[in-house]
Design a protein. Sequence first.
Length: 186
Amino acid sequence: MIASALAALVTTAATVSGTVALFTGPVTLVLPVATSHQRATGLSLEATGHFTSLETTIPVLPSGPAASLAWAGLLNQVAVLAILALSFLLAYRLQGRILFTAKSAHLVGAAGIVLAVAGMSGQVLDGVGRSRLAEIVGANPRGPGESQVFPAEFDTGPLMLGIALLLVAAVFEYGRRLQKDTEGLV
C-alpha cells in the first residue's frame, strides 16, 4: 500500500512537471517523420534508408499541440493512477480479509475501463500533437494534392490490460458468489 501511494505521488509530480514544461520553455521531443519525405544520404554499401523520427528542441510550443500533448500526459497519468489505486485498495481489502465482495469486483472492473479508455485516448492525443508538430517544424511537409500524413505508433497494452482487468473483475464476482454459497456450510 505504501509503495502504491509513493508511486502515485512520484508519477503525479513528474506528470505535472512535464505538463508545465510543455507550456513554459524549450521542449525536446521525438517527432514522427513521414517516411516518403526524409531519405538518409551518405550510407555505405549502397544501402538506402529513411528517417522515421526526429529529435527536436522547440523553444516555445504552439498552443494547440502543447494542449494535445498535455492532455495526453494527463490521461496517461490517470491510467497509471487507476492501476496504483487498484493495487492500494486491493491490498487494503486483502489485509482486512474482505477481498471477494461486490465492491472489489466493481473496483477491478472500473480500473479496467479507466485504464483502457484513458490509455488509448492519451496515445491518440499524443500522436495527434506530435504529428502536428512534425508538420509545423517542416519534418512532414505536404505537397499540393497530398493527403494528411499521420505517422504515429500505438501500444495496445492499455487496452489489453483493461480487458484483462474486466475478466479479473468477473473472477472476483464468481469468487464472491462461491464464498457466499459456502458461508453456511462451515
